[in-house]
Design a protein around this ligand. Structure first.
Ligand SMILES: [Zn+2]
Length: 238
């Protein structure tokens, strides 16, 4: 009469041990998996980049004689850069995906509106804890003679400088591009962003020849690839 009592007891004990071991193994496995995914996971995104399409909404940016707004090409370029960065394992957040600005109601005056708009873009990048902020623009001069892409960093930021240089290094490889270098600047966005930030002026829409190229798909693609390659190089990604 003892055996039937003892054996079920042992079985219950054995089951309990198996359950405890399974749970422990599961815990160890999940910790190990999460740890390794954060460091090595090939499909995990390791970096986060905010790409800002300059201007938008009330603010057209530079305007060409033909009535094309800088803000339109900036947005197209931001979308292209995002498309190229994401397969490289970089999470991309765009500051805008349509023709909008971030000026709160009641804010008046050119300077105050511009500052409020930029503040929103900066806090968007800060809240996202982005590793870098890339603001895309097009340049313009009254003479229309200048051409070429150039990248600006805040003069006091070493990492900003390194980011600007890696991007500029790729931009000068674009067919037909001149050889400008990354430059220090004191612009509001790059000064106030809490992470390495750059302004990429992708070219001069005031120059008729460059403007014609800037509207073409193949050239936009070349520029987007250069920016994406520069950002990937900055992070040491292949
Ligand atoms: Zn601009």
């Amino acid at each position: 009469m003892r055996r039937p009592i003892v054996i079920p007891g042992r079985q219950t004990q054995g089951m309990a041990i198996i359950i405890v071991l399974t749970v422990m193994f599961g815990l160890v496995l999940s910790v190990f998996y999460q740890g390794s995914a954060a460091v090595l996971g090939p499909l995990e995104t390791k970096y986060k980049v905010v790409v800002d399409a300059g201007h938008g909404g009330y603010d057209p940016g530079a305007i060409t004689k033909q009535g094309v707004y800088e803000k339109e090409i900036n947005l197209e370029m931001a979308k292209r850069v995002k498309e190229l960065l994401e397969p490289a394992g970089i999470e991309v957040i765009l500051t805008r995906e349509e023709d909008i600005d971030y000026v709160p109601e009641g804010v008046r005056g050119r300077q105050s509106k511009k500052q409020a708009d930029l503040n929103h873009r900066i806090s968007l990048a800060a809240e996202a804890e982005a590793d870098t902020l890339i603001s895309l623009h097009l340049n313009a001069t009254p003479s229309g003679r200048n051409t070429g892409a150039e990248t600006f960093y805040y003069f006091d930021s070493e990492e900003g400088k390194r980011l600007a240089e890696t991007i500029q290094q790729e931009l000068i490889k674009v067919p037909g591009m001149n050889r400008r270098i990354a430059k220090p600047g004191d612009f509001y966005l790059i000064k106030n962003a809490p992470m390495p930030a750059v302004i990429v002026e992708l070219g001069y829409i005031s120059n008729p020849k460059e403007f014609a190229r800037l509207r073409q798909s193949w050239y936009q693609d070349q520029l987007a690839q250069a920016v994406a390659k520069g950002v990937a190089n900055y992070f040491g990604l292949p």
